[in-house]
Design a protein around this ligand. Structure first.
Ligand code: FMN
Length: 295
């Protein structure tokens, strides 16, 4: 399944892009409306993009009355990304989403890199959300933790149905003339190509640690990038920063992904699932056998 990464696509201004996905993931919704951080909020770097949007969103009340009915008209399954500052924030929003049949899944944005005790806070948030809703819960984790396997196991034990990996990682860009931060708030979240090896490591680690279904994301630009995440253990792939540069990415990445799988003698990308965890000899044999079988 191909999704967008939360915060990287406005489905209401680009509905045709959202319709090219298997599910649309909303920008993170918080209890109260948030204007976000002071501008400048986006800066390009050599290896990706820095953002300090600061969870700008309409808040859950307006989201439910204004945004959700419009998003439903897209005809695409909807995942709502939920954020907060305390455990109760997450539980309250999950409770309010629970009766909305048009919401297929909830992604818990538990990725704040400043959280001091990620295992404890993820356990509390996921457990509280689990009590509040029957909907599938995906815990979106930060790669910027000492041991992501421990955090992933904590999310699983607290009732997460899947993991979304990874969120951005803190970065700083300085203006080359003034040598002052380019972004208004100073630092921001780094996304794009620099995240790909980090995402691959997180997906591989959490696949081994939990066996949970994973949405892999981080620096996906091509179908081969997506195939690598699937090989590392992702069931699904999300497109983030690439959508700003290439709105046609969903169709292109889908076609490239299929072609990359076929080139390797597979029927679909599903044959690549978690193959990075199998030894190279058995993979080589499997590929050769399939090619002989097909010839
Ligand atoms: C402009 C921007 C806004 C984002 N907003 C959110 C958000 O609201 N919630 C969230 O969980 N992740 C957010 N993210 C992180 C992405 O969902 C994704 O995890 C990250 O960008 C890595 O994927 P990519 O390298 O393909 O962009 C945002 C990323 C960007 C670039």
């Amino acid at each position: 399944m191909l999704l967008n990464a939360s915060g990287c696509l406005d489905a209401l201004t680009a509905p045709e892009v959202a319709r090219g996905l298997d599910a649309f993931v909303t920008k993170t919704v918080t209890p109260l409306p948030r204007d976000g951080n002071t501008p400048v909020r986006i800066a390009e770097t050599d290896v990706g993009m820095l953002n300090s949007i600061g969870l700008a969103n309409p808040g859950i009340d307006r989201f439910l009355t204004l945004n959700l009915p419009q998003l439903e008209k897209l005809g695409v399954p909807l995942w709502v990304s939920v954020g907060g500052f305390e455990t109760d924030d997450y539980a309250d929003i999950c409770l309010r989403l629970d009766d909305h049949a048009e919401v297929s899944a909830i992604e818990l944005n538990v990725s704040c890199p400043n959280v001091e005790a990620p295992v404890e806070s993820v356990t509390q948030i996921v457990a509280a959300a689990r009590l509040a809703t029957r909907k599938p819960l995906w815990a979106k984790l930060s790669p910027a933790v000492p041991d992501i396997a421990e955090v992933a196991r904590a999310a699983q034990a607290a009732g997460a149905d899947g993991l979304s990996l990874v969120n951005t990682i803190k970065g700083l860009k300085l203006d080359s003339e003034t040598l002052r931060p380019s972004l208004g708030p100073g630092q921001g979240g780094l996304s794009g190509p620099a995240l790909k090896p980090i995402a691959l490591a997180a997906v591989a680690t959490c696949y081994r640690a939990t066996g949970l279904p994973i949405v892999g994301m981080g620096g996906v630009q091509t179908g081969l990038d997506a195939l690598e995440l699937i090989a590392a253990g992702a069931r699904h792939v999300a497109l983030g920063t690439i959508l700003f540069a290439d709105p046609d990415a969903p169709a292109r990445v889908r076609a490239e992904l299929y072609a990359a799988a076929v080139e390797r003698g597979w029927e679909s990308d599903e044959d690549a699932y978690a193959i990075a965890h199998r030894d190279a000899l058995s993979i080589g044999t499997t590929l050769a056998e399939r090619q002989i079988h097909r010839a």
